[in-house]
Write a protein that binds this ligand. Sequence first.
Ligand SMILES: [Zn+2]
Length: 55
Amino acid sequence: METKPKIIKCKDCGKDFEIIKKTRYIRKYCDKCSIKRKKDYENLFTVKFEECDDD
Ligand SMILES: [Zn+2]
């Protein structure tokens, strides 16, 4: 089976990015926003968890 990159539009910055669809979950955010969101979440963990974007 071929692993094709899939183009996803980041829900944070709107930028298109590629993922290789080899994992079960589909990312909603690009690398940059994922890192940022993770840091924000760590900093503010009283914030309600809206999206699970972790692996
Ligand atoms: Zn982004």
